[in-house]
Design a protein around this ligand. Structure first.
Ligand code: KIV
Ligand code: ZN
Length: 388
């Protein structure tokens, strides 16, 4: 059976850009969007056009230049938001309006001081109005993670009736456990009568560190679109990280699910977004962190030098990192010293290695990490100067 496509909806330029201090200017947004298109994302959420003239202009510009990916603009379930989003998207080859409203009891009571019936009415009206601008309308049920399943199913069914093409089920507050989120998606798949007319989408926040797990659980139970950002940037603790979900689908669900992502660009994209947003990537970040393919303990280094797959479940080349690194620290063993010495041109005999290793341990206890230049100095002064 052919693998099923999981659409990748990138919201780095909208949800990701909501991070304080990470605002991108129009030129930077264009640069990132063109690279996202090259990366192979299916949908680029370009911004929230009504939120500022700058965002309106950015969405308009991106609509003109992005040809392969769908360009999406966010709006609340408010007529003027939808109209402005429609205007900003008018040049897009493949435009999508993303509109929606909070559906949880908390949002209905405290944000809207309203009722379920009135919220349902607004949801339907918003989708209907958005359809007067574009064919492709995605509906989000904000705080779906804490929304009653029966009401959520009712909302989904009604918005599909008036033409919603995608149903976004956000775990806006990052509250769900993977089992709960999976059950919610499965419930919608099994209880919304017209669900075959729309795609279910995940949009998970990372407040409890569950965003990636929840998104994958959603896909396993019927979702076919994942909303995510490069490096997992986004409100508060962030969104689902694009590189994580893509590599999970690649590594663990081969033949079952596929995305259109060119994984060899993942490391590049991570650096680009990190630099343009001025937001560093934690070194131990999965897939794209500086240490994701670095080995520092002697036991691991010995294994990786003998056979990479002993301690690596994916090939660094597949995510655009040109090699695994053997980092020299006080925890490194002889195999690592021999390996790194050879890389810098010193093929040590067993005796030379024994001498080098003793001196190395002294040095490594003083330095946090021993660089190639330190190692070379050590070899030159402690071994080769003696040898002649
Ligand atoms: O987290 C969320 O609920 C959102 C919606 C606006 C889609 O970002
Ligand atoms: Zn969000």
């Amino acid at each position: 059976m052919a693998a099923e496509k999981v659409h990748i909806f990138d919201t780095t330029l909208r949800d990701g850009e909501q991070v304080p201090g990470c605002k991108l200017n129009k030129k930077e947004k264009i640069e990132v969007a063109l690279k996202l298109e090259e990366l192979g994302v299916d949908i680029i959420e370009a911004g929230f056009p009504v939120s500022s003239p700058g965002d309106f202009e950015s969405v308009t510009e991106l609509s003109k230049i992005i040809k392969k990916a769908t360009v999406c603009g966010l709006s609340r379930a408010v007529e003027n938001d939808i109209k402005v989003a429609g205007e900003a998207l008018k040049f897009a080859a493949k435009p999508r309006i993303h509109t929606g409203i909070g559906t949880s009891d908390s949002h209905i009571k405290f944000k809207f001081k309203s009722t379920q019936d009135k919220v349902l009415e607004r949801a339907v009206a918003a989708v209907k109005y958005a359809k007067s601008f574009v064919e492709d309308v995605e509906f989000y049920a904000e705080d779906a993670g804490r929304t009653d399943d029966a009401f959520l199913a009712r909302v989904c069914e009604e918005v599909i009736k008036v033409g919603a093409t995608v149903l976004n089920i956000p775990d806006t507050t990052g509250y769900c456990l993977p089992e709960e989120y999976a059950a919610k998606i499965a419930y919608l798949r099994d209880n919304v009568k017209n669900i075959d007319k729309a795609i279910l989408s995940t949009h998970c926040h990372n407040d409890l560190g569950m965003a990636t797990a929840n998104s994958i659980a959603g896909v396993q139970h019927g979702a076919r679109q994942i909303e995510c950002t490069i490096n997992g940037v986004g409100e508060r603790a962030g969104n689902t990280s694009l590189e994580e979900v893509v590599m999970i689908l690649n590594q663990r669900f081969k033949g079952q699910f596929e995305t259109g992502i060119n994984t060899k660009m993942l490391s590049y994209m991570s650096n680009l977004v990190s630099e343009r947003m001025g937001m560093i990537v934690q070194p131990n970040k999965a897939i794209v962190g500086a240490n994701a393919f670095a080995h520092s303990s002697g036991i691991h280094q010995d294994g990786v030098i003998k056979e990479r797959t002993t301690y690596e479940i994916m090939n660094p080349l597949d995510v655009g990192v040109d090699h695994s690194s053997i980092v020299l620290t006080a925890r490194s063993g002889r195999a690592a010293i021999a390996y790194r010495s050879k890389l810098i041109g010193y093929d040590l005999t067993k005796e030379e290695l024994d001498v080098a290793y003793d001196h190395f341990l002294d040095l490594a206890d003083r330095l946090k990490q021993v660089e190639d230049s330190d190692l070379e100095k050590l070899l030159k002064t402690k071994i080769y100067s003696v040898a002649g």
